[in-house]
Design a protein around this ligand. Structure first.
Ligand SMILES: Cc1cc2nc3c(=O)[nH]c(=O)nc-3n(C[C@H](O)[C@H](O)[C@H](O)COP(=O)(O)OP(=O)(O)OC[C@H]3O[C@@H](n4cnc5c(N)ncnc54)[C@H](O)[C@@H]3O)c2cc1C
Length: 380
């Protein structure tokens, strides 16, 4: 469908991402998946596209402008060709940058941001704990003030990019129970008392290097606190919004990738004396998949427009996220049915998407939590 908000500049950026995905990602994606990691040079190559610099001042290596359509185009076009795991492999950085940009002091930003944005160093966001991720206000990792230091104790689970990140944005309890007692810290990977182990036995996102982080009375200077003491919860919630836009756009890209592959296959494959695409049941599957793609694409554009207008559509993002992942689940299932046994074999896009459907539905706010948030935003 024509996209009403497309401009020459946005199309040029989208085309650049498509070329990048075709030449730099698609030929290697299976090897990286099997190896469980991407080479570090990829972080720098991706950074050269500018995708970590949206909304960040040029003096820190950012682009000096923001555009939700371009953010979404990056997510959509890569996911369309590679699914979402390879984006997660470089993208732990993406979801941790916003709190650093908004809350760190000038000295910290000048020291950290240029290298992170250029892909020379890595950063990750560490909110979820082994005891739970949905109930952020219930987190148990604790930080206690000791003179000019904070001493952090606890664990963080499933942290994307966590095995190689140099910096972590960590949520810890500094006050009483609930949302009022949560603060954010920027913790370097060489902090005394910090350690990590790989969480590498997982259904999908094989090359995204999730880690279990342990803070065993890890010491950081008092200046490591991001923003005000006990005021971190609102920043965590606000940071989720752009992460959700990315996840929605990824789901759209994954759906398009499955549809592309399903149509190609259905035209090529002969059953009962004619191409699969000539069987009415298959035609109806393609029609339904295509309609769901169109609906989500329109919704993504509308969300991007709202974000560019300066209004964060919290309820819209929540609803679009669970709607997108339910549509993705449907499209992935139908796509694999169309492919038959070939779709089940490792290494093709549909098989990878199928493995990654559930992390789209769980990460960044699960379907259940998104439904609850949407209804709460209605004042109910
Ligand atoms: C591959 C991967 C990468 C990840 N990367 C990161 C990362 O980089 N940083 C980070 O901080 N976290 C990360 N996460 C964690 C992710 O955000 C959490 O898994 C998610 O928020 C859900 O938390 P949980 O797994 O602890 O489930 P829980 O919170 O224990 O919930 C379990 C189930 O119960 C449902 N549920 C919970 N509460 C309710 C309720 N009130 N009503 C109805 N249903 C409910 C949930 O929807 C879920 O389905 C990652 C997870 C994975 C698997």
């Amino acid at each position: 469908m024509p996209r009403p908000f497309q401009t020459e500049e946005r199309q040029a950026f989208r085309d650049q991402v498509i070329r990048f995905a075709r030449t730099e990602l698609v030929p290697h994606i299976n090897d990286w998946d099997e190896a469980g990691a991407v080479p570090w040079e990829l972080h720098q190559k991706v950074a050269a596209l500018g995708v970590f610099g949206f909304g960040i001042d040029e003096k820190w290596g950012g682009l000096g402008f923001d555009d939700a359509f371009m953010r979404a185009a990056w997510a959509e076009e890569v996911a369309r060709r590679c699914s979402s795991g390879v984006m997660a492999a470089v993208g732990g950085r993406g979801i941790s940058l916003d709190p650093i940009v908004k809350l760190a002091d000038e000295e910290t930003k000048a020291r950290i941001l240029p290298d992170v944005i250029a892909g020379r160093t890595g950063s990750s966001l560490a909110i979820t704990e082994p005891s739970g991720g949905s109930d952020v206000a219930g987190l148990r990792t604790r930080a206690v003030r000791d003179g000019n230091h904070w001493v952090i104790s606890g664990q963080k689970a499933y942290i994307t990019g966590g095995m190689k990140a140099d910096h972590f944005v960590v949520a810890a309890r500094t006050g009483g129970p609930g949302i009022e007692g949560v603060s954010l810290f920027l913790v370097p990977s060489d902090a005394p008392g910090f350690s990590r182990i790989a969480m590498d036995r997982k259904q999908g996102w094989w090359c995204a290097e999730q880690a279990l982080l342990s803070f065993d009375e890890a010491r950081v200077p008092a200046s490591a606190m991001l923003g005000e003491e006990n005021r971190g919860f609102a920043s965590i919630m606000s940071n989720f919004n752009l992460e959700r836009l990315t996840l929605i756009a990824q789901s759209l890209g994954m759906m398009k990738g499955v549809l592309d592959q399903s149509i190609d296959w259905a035209q090529e494959r002969q059953t009962f004396g004619k191409p699969l695409i000539k069987h009415q049941v298959i035609r109806h599957k393609i029609a339904e998949m295509s309609a769901r793609v169109d609906a989500l694409e329109s919704w993504v554009d509308r969300l991007c427009w709202e974000i560019n207008e300066g209004e964060i559509p919290v309820a819209g993002l929540a609803k679009a996220k669970f709607h997108a992942t339910k549509s993705l689940e449907y499209v992935a299932s139908e796509g694999m049915q169309i492919m038959g046994g070939a779709g089940y074999m490792r290494g093709n896009l549909i098989e990878r998407v199928w493995r990654e459907v559930k992390i789209q539905a769980i990460g960044g706010g699960s379907e259940e939590i998104m439904r609850d948030l949407a209804v709460r935003q209605m004042g109910l």
